[in-house]
Each structure stands twice: as C-alpha cells, then as structure tokens.
Design a protein around this ligand. Structure first.
Ligand SMILES: C[S@@+](CC[C@H](N)C(=O)[O-])C[C@H]1O[C@@H](n2cnc3c(N)ncnc32)[C@H](O)[C@@H]1O
Length: 196
C-alpha cells in the first residue's frame, strides 16, 4: 500500500526520534476499520508523529474527531503539523499530552466508535479495560504490536512486555463480550468488536 509524501515524511520523522510507526499495510487496515465503522469519535493511544493518526482520519467520517494521547508533546507537535499539512481542520483532532492511564479515565463512557492502542505494551491490559468502558456497543478496539515481533507465539519469551501483550490478546480472544480477529500484519493487529 503506497503512502503519499506527507505520510512518508512523518514516517521519516518518526524514525529520526526512534519511533516505529505503523507499517503502510497496518495503516491501510486502520483506515479500513475506521471507514467500516463509519467512525466519528476515535481514541488513539500513542500519537507518535501522526502516521497512524492520519491513516485513521482518512477512514473516519468527514466530521469525525480523533482524540490522540501521547506522553511526549514533542512527538505530537510533528503530528499536529502533519494533520494541518493534510488539510484537516484543527477541530478534527484533540491532541492530549499525558500518560495514557492518567488521561483515559477522564474520557466519557460508551461514546467512542474506535480505540487504537499503540504505545507501551506493558500497559495493554489496563488500557484494554479502559477501552471496554469507552467504546459504544459495536465499537472496535485495535491493538497494535499484538504479535510483539513474533515473541507472543514463542513460549520461551517471558519478558514483561511479551507476557503482557500475550495475556491481553488471550483475554480478548476468550472473552464473550468481544468478537476478535488477529490480522497477521508484520507486527500483528488484534481487532476486537464490542458485542452489542
Ligand atoms: C510506536 S509510537 C506510536 C506511533 C504511532 N501510533 C504511529 O504509528 O505513527 C509509541 C508512542 O507512545 C508514546 N507513549 C509511550 N508510553 C506512553 C504512555 N504511557 N502514555 C502515553 N503515550 C505513551 C511514545 O511517546 C510514542 O510516541
């Protein structure tokens, strides 16, 4: 899936500050999920330089608002410039600087169409619980890095990051309140729909 010059520039800036943004294939999958759900209210955890955010915004409704959270305001400054350069009005994004587990509890219950999580995998279980509260019935949760670079499937991998991602994915796949599919993108994308 080719990216335009804007996304390629944002990707380069991500690499320069040591971040790994979503791949173009994952970005296209995010855009698809947003479009399939006709998403108007989306939460992203892990803004980075805005690569995934721009993919999401391009799938959302034209009046949709992306609420995106990152602990690093410096990363978000790049994202803000990217969204403006893409011709998006400032009202299309709500960029919040802060730690995910401090910010998410302040967001409203049951009003979001989509939550995309792509920050610190050690927080995936706690953030998943927050996402279950934030999503409307029929809303979607997407976890990036759900294969942890292949380590999730390796039973000898027992570091905290891998174990947390493995348990978060397993819990979602086994829970009755979610319908799930693991998309085998290079790093894995766990998609879960909150049953109505
Ligand atoms: C992999 S990058 C996100 C990339 C972005 N989703 C993309 O594809 O363009 C992860 C981001 O999460 C942020 N982050 C790490 N821990 C965080 C936390 N506890 N709360 C909020 N943001 C966090 C980092 O500052 C970094 O910008």
């Amino acid at each position: 899936m080719p990216e335009d010059a804007l996304l390629r520039a944002a990707r380069e800036q991500a690499y320069e500050v040591g971040l790994t943004p979503v791949t173009p294939a994952t970005g296209a999958a995010l855009r698809l999920v947003a479009a399939a759900g006709n998403a108007r209210a989306v939460v992203e955890v892990g803004t980075g330089t805005g690569v995934s955010g721009l993919w999401l915004l391009r799938g959302m409704r034209a009046d949709g608002v992306l609420t995106t959270i990152d602990v690093e305001g410096e990363h978000q400054r790049v994202a803000r410039r990217l969204f403006a350069a893409a011709g998006l009005a400032p009202s299309r994004s709500r960029i919040i600087t802060g730690r995910a587990l401090d910010v998410l509890p302040r967001l409203a219950d049951g009003v979001y169409d989509l939550v995309f999580v792509h920050h610190d995998p050690r927080e995936y279980q706690a953030v998943t619980a927050q996402a279950a509260r934030l999503l409307r019935p029929g809303g979607s949760l997407v976890l990036g890095g759900a294969l942890a670079g292949g380590r999730v499937a390796d039973p000898t991998a027992r570091d905290l990051e891998t174990v947390t991602v493995r348990e978060a994915v397993k819990a979602l796949r086994e829970a009755e309140e979610w319908t799930t599919a693991l998309l085998p993108t290079i790093d894995g994308l766990l998609c879960a729909v909150k049953r109505p």
